[in-house]
Design a protein around this ligand. Structure first.
Ligand code: BV8
Ligand code: ZN
Length: 253
């Protein structure tokens, strides 16, 4: 199958861009076999609503259930590998003076693909903290018979994944760095996100209001689609390598 066509005017814009931001959602990991947040409930989890399970209330009501859902997602991600989309993004910094990668994903696949300084807006499945005293927990015992969730060694409270649940604030410094990058960019890519979860979904909005060129990469339309400067409709695992190939190719202009 021929690689997707990338419009010449977009390539020209990218060639002259100095500051570029890529903001990704679960769709960039779909071709790695990691289900998106809404699809992350198959099998025995199908009867749960992620919007309800991914909340502090659900954890407080049934810590073991929420712990087990995240343990299930961790083992899914551990079987996954970065796909060509992650790998292409890891090479983007070579083509721009200043490149920032922001992600809503908690799967760590960007870093695994070689991306550096990834701004993880919603935390990471493989980091843990105590829900009760907030202390960071570097290692957990999730062997047979270990308590689920583990007990905090400092306060005896409930250890949880270091991710941001609905109704919880995002890490302030990460969010403000993402906002600044979106405001000051020449180009912002919105890749594999349904663009409905805030404040992450405000990044392309901030970019557009600052006159930044916004490029959406997604197989299906989202609320951002009508406003984006360029819309590349298709899977990121094919489109991102095609963009990189065009950037690496001869400058025909
Ligand atoms: C907060 C981590 C306040 C955990 C997640 C009413 C209006 C507006 C806002 C709100 C509202 N009511 C409540 C809110 C706030 C709420 C919110 O935005 N709700 C929305 C749903 C209305 N936001 C919050 O609660 C945030 N916190 O506001 O707190 C506050 C402030 C200060 C102090 C205290 C409190 C917290 C939000 C973070 C929640 N945590 N994840 C975990 O992962 O378990 S969100 C989670 O869902 C994901 O991280 C992602 O961000 C989001 C969406 O998930 P998905 O749908 O799976 O992924 P995505 O959106 O990326 O969609 C997949 C896309 O990929 C699709 O478009 C698909 O077409 C595309 N795709 C598929 N295949 C491919 C592809 N694309 C490319 N290539 C492919 N091959
Ligand atoms: Zn504690």
């Amino acid at each position: 199958m021929s690689p997707p066509h990338i419009p010449e005017d977009l390539i020209a814009t990218l060639r002259s861009a100095r500051r570029v931001v890529a903001s990704t959602g679960a769709g960039v990991s779909a071709e790695s076999g990691v289900p998106t947040f809404r699809d992350a409930l198959t099998g025995l989890w199908a009867k749960y609503d992620p919007m309800k399970l991914g909340t502090p209330e659900a954890f407080e009501e049934d810590p073991k259930l929420v712990w087990d859902w995240f343990a299930w997602r961790r083992q899914l991600v551990q079987k996954a590998a970065p796909n060509p989309g992650h790998v292409a993004l890891a090479a983007f910094p070579e083509h721009f003076e200043d490149f920032t990668l922001v992600t809503q994903n908690v799967d760590g696949l960007h870093r695994q693909a070689g991306s550096k300084n990834v701004l993880e807006l919603h935390g990471n499945l493989f980091r843990f903290r105590c829900h009760d005293c907030g202390v960071r927990v570097d290692a957990i015992d999730d062997g047979e018979g270990a308590p689920r969730p583990p007990a905090c060694a400092v306060c005896g409270g409930r250890v949880r994944p270091d991710v941001v649940w609905f109704g919880e604030g995002l890490p302030e410094d990460v969010l403000s760095r993402a906002f600044t990058a979106a405001r000051e960019a020449d180009v912002l890519f919105s890749i594999g996100t349904s663009a409905v979860v805030y404040p992450a979904a405000s990044l392309p909005e901030i970019a557009l209001s600052s006159g930044v060129v916004v490029v959406e990469v997604n197989p299906t339309p989202t609320p951002l689609t009508p406003h984006a400067t360029h819309v590349l409709q298709g899977p990121s695992g094919e489109i991102l390598p095609a963009i990189l190939a065009a950037l690496e190719g001869p400058n025909l202009t």
